[in-house]
Design a protein around this ligand. Structure first.
Ligand code: SAM
Length: 476
């Protein structure tokens, strides 16, 4: 298998992957969050049964699928631009099928077929099992669409084809959908109601990864701490469950404990944590297991309680600070990162300053920072005004980024001079003679290769220098 990462930022990452065996060729490109990359592995598995192998050669593809992201307008523009590049291919090969998957497919539905004439196939995130039928339609010359959202679908029984990876780190999806209804966010509309996956199937997938020599598993969900298995069905229906179901339900802390203890030689990460759902129990489980990485991605979006209220986030600034304090107390060596939105509807200069001061308080290792992008159909679009001028959004975002760079550098300096366990993930992009990997706190480290080391090894590396983004080390 081969992989090529074309751009590397959250929201705009894309990956090409390839493997060879079957007779038909699938070119599959993924955009957006880790969940999309994980979903693409499910899609590849379903289509492998239909005779498709993935290719990274556009020209030889019988089927091109883009797994898309809708989170910001720019993400959608990227996909539109990419689609326009397929025009000449389609002219040369009229039998070529072009399909759009994921959040943009779900958001635009039939509009996609109206607006982008070269698209033959539109499939939402809960309808991938229907791909073989839909492809039958496109083979017969008809456009095909399925954007039905499901309350149950978790693809629990599908063994993902590990695409384009390094063979040592893998994603395992444990929840789908989101019930949070943050006013800025399109996810509840594109990925449906929140539901959790059967823990047995999660453990089975982790065991299989361990058998195949994987060394790190990242459990994935839009709101991972909200995981709750009570026999299947949407989280919102838990109150209707029987007493027995309630008594035997498995929450995220229990699941994390199970995954970590049944795979002691594998590093465990998880993402994304919504502050209101992160329990103290999870922190104690993190502290208990050496193999759970000491890193929490804890999006806050704003440091101002009034903005958080307008965003319909279920916590205040003070509650978030309390949580950060708890993390620092229970898991002292834990790194914390954030997502932040600059210039949400009605944001004042005072509110923006509260964001900056929260960042200083939390002393974040890292952040994904965005300016607010109004998304059609969201509560903010329907009920609020996107009234912060573009120039102000840009300036505030620049201030947030500048501060984060300062904080990141400070945090990185605390890792210098210390020895870290590092999982070797690959060759450094800049230097053929250096490895790159990550420490438990998720910071990337590069260091000279030693003869007897290989991808997948855990090695001790002493950090000797740093930038705000990378540690430079040497193997001990
Ligand atoms: N489930 C997580 C949460 O709610 O905190 C992450 C959701 S989203 C896939 C990833 C990030 O994109 C969000 O945390 C938020 O910072 C950003 N985002 C979502 N909607 C946005 C919008 N309309 N404009 C700008 N950024 C947005």
């Amino acid at each position: 298998m081969e992989k090529e990462i074309i751009e590397g930022r959250q929201g705009e990452v894309l990956l090409r992957q390839s493997a060879n065996q079957n007779s038909k060729k699938l070119f599959l490109e993924s955009y957006g969050c880790q969940m999309n990359f994980s979903d693409s592995e499910i899609v590849a598995s379903i289509l492998q049964q239909e005779g498709y192998d993935t290719t990274n050669q556009l020209e030889e593809a019988d089927l091109i699928l883009l797994n898309t992201c809708s989170i910001r307008e720019k993400a959608e523009q990227t996909v539109r631009k990419r689609l326009s590049q397929f025009n000449s291919l389609k002219k040369r090969n009229p039998k070529l099928t072009i399909g759009v998957l994921g959040c943009m497919a779900e958001r635009l539905k039939t509009k996609f077929l109206d607006e982008e004439h070269l698209v033959d196939l539109v499939v939402g995130p809960d309808a991938y099992r229907d791909l073989p039928n839909l492809l039958q339609d496109t083979d017969d010359g008809r456009n095909a669409i399925n954007v039905l959202l499901s309350k149950e679908e978790t693809y629990a029984d599908i063994s993902p084809v590990r695409l384009g990876g390094n063979g040592v780190t893998a994603f395992v999806t444990i929840t789908r959908g989101c019930d949070n209804m943050c006013t800025f966010c399109v996810v509840p509309f594109t990925r449906g109601r929140e539901r959790s996956r059967d823990p047995h199937s999660i453990l089975k997938e982790c065991e299989e990864l361990a058998r195949n020599n994987y060394k790190e598993i990242t459990l994935l969900g839009q709101n991972i701490d909200s995981y709750l298995w009570y026999g299947g069905g949407p989280k919102k229906d838990f109150n209707k469950a029987s007493e027995l179901q309630k008594a035997t339900a498995i929450n995220f802390a229990k699941l994390l404990d199970l995954v970590a203890s049944s795979n002691p030689k594998i590093r465990i990460r998880f993402s994304t944590s919504n502050p209101q759902d992160m329990s103290e129990d999870v922190l104690h489980i993190m502290a208990k297991h050496k193999n759970i990485c000491k890193y929490i991605h804890l999006p806050v979006q704003s440091g101002s309680t009034t903005v958080l209220q307008r965003m319909n986030r279920q916590h205040t600034r003070e509650e978030y600070i309390e949580l950060v304090d708890k993390i620092r107390k229970i898991v002292p060596e834990c790194a914390i990162s954030h997502d932040m939105i600059a210039g949400f509807c009605g944001e004042t200069e005072e509110e923006h300053k509260e964001t900056l001061s929260l960042m200083e308080y939390a002393n974040y290792d890292f952040g994904y920072m965005f300016s607010y992008s109004e998304r059609p159909g969201t509560p903010a679009h329907k009920k609020m005004t996107d009234d912060v001028p573009l120039e102000t959004k840009k300036r505030r975002l620049a201030e947030i980024i500048e501060l984060q760079q300062k904080l990141s550098l400070q945090r990185m300096k605390t890792y210098v001079g210390k020895s870290h366990e590092v999982l070797i993930e690959g060759t450094s992009k800049k230097r053929e003679d250096q490895w790159y990997g990550r420490i438990s706190q998720n910071a990337v480290v590069v260091f000279p290769k030693k003869d007897n080391t290989k991808i997948g090894d855990f090695v001790k590396v002493k950090a000797i220098q740093c930038t705000s983004a990378t540690l430079i080390g040497e193997q001990e």
